[in-house]
Design a protein around this ligand. Structure first.
Ligand SMILES: [Zn+2]
Length: 477
């Protein structure tokens, strides 16, 4: 049975004692005095990796060892095998993760990229939200954020609550992001940061970008002894944008698709290894609470396209989710009940006894540490809102309805148990069930708070960003 952390008063007293000790002592490893954790973790580490579909990870049962380190962490923690992002587009789902608000209530719609005018405009996350980092900061955590994605930059509202945040937020490789995270820790804690972080509660968010396209060849992948795709096909596909790949893959040979998937898997594997380096460098341990998830998945022609942010099928919205804190949480627990990245915030609030803002849309996952399923049905609302792409979806148990508002209005209705690949649209076969699900979706949306007033947009059309967005295929031609 899980027991919550000690009282806030006791924790903050311990924090000030620890802080005083920290000022006096910034020496190496063994000499760092153990802080009285009072039932709390020594650090909360949120690791998000862009574009990781659940079924391409060891946590999601993939038959290739893409995530040996994160998989090992998951085996020591709680692995949620049926987790949804709130969207298939980074700004929406990551904003949901850090605010606990459904994508439809964020006011972050209509991101706009245009090749002809070379403009990229993105909405800014409103300051009216109390972010997870703000809540942790208010409870005495040192908050450090390193997000390698232009869509998560400080000027787009994602630095709220962070004492130190990677300001320029260009797209960076994982090894560079590790250096950035270390340098932010050094700014906060001095040269001995690799041990000094233990002297106060730490919240560290790292967001890696590498599995996002273009996919580059990783020399260590496939691992020795694993089947390797034809190297000529790998050379032909590596580093290409979605646009170029779509032309190459108009009528792909199975080996070509396999090579593309292998490139993508290599990026996931490399990022897993880079995160392991950071973890070991900082000496995180069984008193560290770590959460791993992603912002969305990735399509490999399952529904005729490549990439993400173009629909709400399972391959682009199902993500891994793992929570590990061996000092307090069950080890080796696998939960198949439906979860959402929205649940991270309320779960941390309960685990850490935080005064979280009212009205978080997710549910604390803590009850699932002891029971196999929710006591009441837990539907999932999904939204994709970009210029020229407007989709909604609703998942209730094994039934999913997808409503494409634009382009080309369309409704899809799928039985995920019988047809997990969403290949048989039952909208005309089961009109009553489809109508009931659409009504459920509409009612759920209507019950949510309105997005904040006065949505602000930022022009992010610098040359580097435009080039990167074009290479990634986001630009609307
Ligand atoms: Zn993303």
């Amino acid at each position: 049975m899980f027991r919550p952390a000690g009282s806030r008063a006791a924790a903050s007293a311990a924090f000030f004692v620890a802080l005083a000790a920290g000022i006096a002592c910034q020496r190496e490893d063994a000499s760092v005095p153990a802080r009285d954790l009072d039932g709390r973790p020594n650090a909360v580490v949120l690791v998000t990796i862009d574009t990781v579909r659940a079924d391409h990870t060891s946590l999601g049962g993939y038959d290739k060892p893409t995530t040996p380190f994160l998989g090992a962490l998951a085996r020591d923690g709680v692995n949620f095998t049926r987790t949804y992002a709130t969207s298939s587009f980074t700004p929406l789902s990551m904003a949901s993760l850090v605010t606990g608000a459904e994508a439809v209530t964020l006011g972050l719609g209509d991101a706009y990229f245009d090749a002809q005018s070379q403009t990229a405009v993105q909405p800014v996350l409103s300051e009216s939200f109390t972010t997870l980092a703000e809540t942790l900061q208010a409870h005495g955590f040192l908050t450090i954020g390193a997000a390698s994605n232009r869509h998560l930059a400080a000027d787009l509202g994602f630095a709220q609550g962070f004492d130190h945040y990677y300001e320029s937020a260009a797209f960076q490789r994982a090894s560079a992001l590790n250096r950035i995270a270390k340098s932010l820790l050094k700014d906060a804690l001095g040269d001995a940061y690799a041990t000094a972080w233990r002297q106060q509660p730490l919240f560290l968010w790292v967001h890696y970008f590498d599995p996002h396209d273009p996919y580059y060849r990783r020399p260590g992948w496939p691992l020795p002894g694993q089947p390797a795709p034809d190297p000529r096909r790998i050379r032909q596909l590596a580093g290409k944008s979605y646009g170029d790949l779509e032309r190459e893959l108009e009528d792909p040979a199975p080996e070509t698709l396999e090579a593309l998937r292998s490139l993508y898997d290599g990026e996931i594997h490399d990022t897993d290894q880079r995160f392991q380096e950071l973890w070991e460098h900082l000496g995180f341990d069984d008193d560290t609470l770590v959460i791993f998830t992603s912002d969305h998945g990735e399509e490999f022609l399952e529904h005729g396209g490549l990439g993400h942010a173009k629909g709400l099928y399972e391959e682009v919205v199902r993500v891994p989710l793992m929570i590990r804190w061996p000092a307090k949480l069950p080890r080796g627990r696998v939960v198949h009940a439906t979860a959402s990245i929205l649940d991270v915030y309320p779960t941390l609030a309960e685990l850490l006894d935080l005064a979280a803002p009212e009205g978080l849309s997710g549910r604390s996952l803590v009850p699932l540490f002891d029971t196999p399923d929710w006591p009441s049905p837990r539907p999932i609302l999904l939204e994709l809102d970009r210029q020229k792409e407007d989709w909604l979806a609703w998942v209730e148990g094994d039934h999913k309805v997808i409503r494409r508002v634009q382009p080309d209005p369309w409704v899809g209705s799928f039985d995920l148990a019988a047809d997990p690949g969403e290949t048989r649209n039952l909208a005309d076969v089961e009109p009553d069930r489809t109508a009931a699900a659409l009504a459920g979706l509409a009612a759920a949306r209507a019950a949510l708070p309105s997005p904040p007033a006065g949505q602000r947009y930022l022009d992010i059309s610098d040359e580097q960003t435009i080039d990167a967005l074009k290479a990634m295929g986001y630009v609307v031609e």
